[in-house]
Design a protein around this ligand. Structure first.
Ligand code: GSH
Length: 227
């Protein structure tokens, strides 16, 4: 049993191919929560409709709307923490050092890992480059190397148990895999990725990342990944 069940009614506004949305979806699937999903099509600009802007004026997904108290949580990692706290999930244990390690991983993700992944996508999707500047892939390699080194002493990113830290990194790692990056220099990360395959939500995350990778590949004049 991963959590003490607390009944609450909530809606997650999300999409299937965004890394931040997938982090929350993995959390929901693994805790086993029954939360309504409303998909927002960013390519159609649905994040800018007056109704959505009332929920999140920053016009970003994911967003969690908790029916009780009409409460809104924005920011993927804050939503993951909220869901884990409200369900007392073992994916965010109460022991201080374990918690601190997970927090540390989430901050690394927010400040370094995800921004490197976002830069890759942004350059192609929003800037419209046909060839990526070298530093974009170099930054990803630095992240992969750092993630690999975080796994020197443990099977999971914050110790010997699966935690929110793993749900935070998996969508970025899956995206990079779908771009065709070779993980041979990152054996620990590769083993961790294999370990994640049976997790609830893994396939959903893979399919979303693959869809976006296929779209990006059609937009540039070189392979998505090259060394
Ligand atoms: N820091 C935010 C980032 C969320 C984010 O970048 N969302 C993107 C999709 S991946 C979005 O909604 N973009 C639409 C827009 O900015 O108009 C989080 O982690 O939740």
């Amino acid at each position: 049993m991963q959590c003490i069940n607390k009944k609450f009614t909530a809606t997650l506004y999300c999409n299937v191919h965004g890394v931040p949305s997938q982090m929350v979806l993995l959390t929901i699937r693994n805790i086993g929560l029954d939360i309504e999903l409303r998909y927002i099509d960013l390519f159609k600009g649905e994040q800018n409709t007056p109704n959505f802007l009332k929920i999140n004026p920053l016009h970003q997904i994911p967003v969690l709307h908790v029916a009780e108290d009409n409460y809104v949580v924005t920011e993927s990692r804050a939503i993951m923490l909220y869901l884990a706290n409200v369900t007392k999930s073992s994916f965010y244990p109460i022991e201080l050092k374990k918690r601190s390690m997970i927090d540390s991983r989430l901050f690394y993700d927010a400040t370094t890992a995800y921004p490197a992944v976002k830069q890759f996508v942004h350059q192609i999707l929003r800037v419209g480059v046909k060839r990526l500047p070298n530093e974009v892939r170099e930054n990803i390699e630095i992240v992969l190397s750092t993630l690999d080194s975080m796994l020197i002493n443990s099977d999971w990113f914050a110790g010997d148990e699966l935690t929110l830290a793993d749900f935070a990194f998996l969508p970025s790692v899956e995206s990079i895999k779908c771009w065709g990056a070779d993980f041979k220099n990152y054996p620990r990360l590769n083993k961790w990725y294999e370990r994640c395959k049976p997790l609830p939500g893994f396939q959903e995350n893979h399919e979303g990342a693959k869809k976006l990778a296929d779209k990006l590949a059609k937009m540039i004049d070189e392979p998505l990944w090259k060394v």
